[in-house]
Design a protein around this ligand. Sequence first.
Ligand code: TXA
Ligand code: MG
Length: 327
Amino acid sequence: MDNLPTQTLVPDGAGYETGAAILARGGLVAFPTETVYGLGADARNDRAVAGIFAAKDRPRFNPLIVHVADINTAQTYVEWSDLAQRLADAFWPGPLTMVLPRKPDTGLSALVTADLPTLAIRIPADPVAQALLRAFGGPVAAPSANPSGRISPTTATHVINGLAGRIDAVIDAGPCAVGVESTILGVSPDVQLLRVGGIATEDIEAVVGHALTLPETTETTDTHAAPLTSPGQMASHYAPNAKIRLNATDLRDGELLLGFGDVDCALNLSPTRDLTEAAARLFDYLHRLDAREITVIAVSPIPETGLGRAINDRLRRAAAPRPKATA
Ligand code: TXA
Ligand code: MG
């Protein structure tokens, strides 16, 4: 399983053709989106989708997001609504995933939805993701391209470090612009915030006209345990090897500081306290500090507004007690 020759593809016409051909024959292609790199497979091909779960060591009960190039294609897979249209008008293409009732007999692999009656669907804005989706011409199931439970990838190097030998190819188009995963909304019949992410909650609230709150994080830390009502919301996730200490205003022995604002630190998410910049750097800096093999990464306090909510959510999960059985 660990001996596939993983190719690095260039984001040009030939690269997209090669990537699309690999997807068409049931292979796995990692590709950039504006949020994080995704690990793509043909969402209609059971064997290909099973390959995603195997490459990531992802529990089968955790469903995948289907990526398509445009709204017309999205509407062939899910029951559309006025609310979905309003959200699509405001945020697609972009870092929003909508969970909608799935239509029957769409030809999608049952593994994609883990037998749920709903489907998570997204139209990414990143031009490389768009070009690959158009070259392939079909639905692409893609979770983040990291081993399950580990830090998400925002560069092709992160993907290679985590999954080389387990996937057929990665399209290398440099760092992702947003840097945290998409915001996930349940959209049926009302809006439910399922994951904070690349679109600030305040911006979604402005469109839907009321406040949104996140459901409780699932208490279990065993990512291979029984199905969850809100899949993927495991307390522990994004785990570096080092421990994480949040809201650090001092530095203790053996720690490196991941800073925010005007502080003395190993790496600074944003000296000017710009949350967009901090989100774009978050996973890369966690990968880099973790590579220094220290025991504790201390992190400066980060405001709970705008993209700060997604940053704090990922950091809290990175700091949570570790699962017993995650690869
Ligand atoms: O930005 C992103 O969303 C990236 C890029 C590659 O698109 N993808 C991503 O996928 O973060 P993943 O698999 O790492 O996270 C998707 C989350 C999981 O927590 C999963 O449980 C949830 O979406 N999900 C998928 N289908 C769902 C459904 N039908 N209902 C509720 N949650 C769902
Ligand atoms: Mg993920």
